[in-house]
Design a protein around this ligand. Sequence first.
Ligand SMILES: [Fe+2]
Length: 319
Amino acid sequence: MAINGIETVIFGASEPAKAAQFFKDFGLTVQRSEGDKTDFRLAEGSHVKIRAAGDPALPPAFLPGDGPREVIWGVDDEASLREVETELRRDREVVRDSEGTLRCVDPNGIRIGFRIFKRQPLEPVATVENTLTSRDRWNTPRRWYDRAEPKLIQHVVFAVPDVDAALDFYVGRLKFRISDMSRGRGVFLRAQGRNEHHNLFFLKNQLSFNHMALGVDSIDELMAGANHMQRQGWKAGVGFGRHRISSIVFFYMKSPAGGEVEYAADGDYLDDDWKPSLWNPAYGNQHWIGEAKEGGSKPAPDVEPLPTPVPRFGALLPT
Ligand SMILES: [Fe+2]
């Protein structure tokens, strides 16, 4: 049952033309555009789709306002898809459409789907860093980026009222891995068939969409994208930073399709040898950041191994 990442995120937007322009400026490639419908395709073969909020073909809204209407996960083959279907049908309604996509609702009300996803290999990009003592790039300038061109959907983040129900479902039944836990804040999950630090992050709160992260090659590409977006007049989130959990360098933009969209670069890759940790949220979230809003600029180190077996999220609240 190798879930191999996010195949499609489809958004319902009250201003679909503006939302489509946002993702064009963000660096995504239009695959199909017709009226209020715009489909973007990333190099890995995944999709971001924009639809008018009132489009009757959209799945019904599970959140107030603009935001995702459905997150479709990829699986590697038909056998995996059948395995997912069998598992889901144990306790919930599952619809299989004419193209073979499974659709259901997760325990917190998020509409999700599953379909076969033949991920495309990415073109290798050699980035050679020079430091003061590692002089590896001689007589050759840096690769130059004018714009960003995100190549994959790295993760989505939702606030959910019941984090433990999400863990029972995604970890207990769909074989996601717990990467790390932020005490009282939320849990980072990695799909079994992927190696980024996380493909899902569930924050503890009322149901809402927080953000979607799109992967770029390097900090250089991230900077080029962030600068271009701001020159086009789009509003940034908290500025440049690097999360201590996951090591991801980030730049968030406020999205007219709901929530924020993140450029993400230089994150950690994990496999099943990884040992999850339990983090103080302020220490884990923001190592350095343009506009720190919590914990001051340098929270005290506070991280410990996550016990095995992993306790319930709700049993690890701050003391
Ligand atoms: Fe993120």
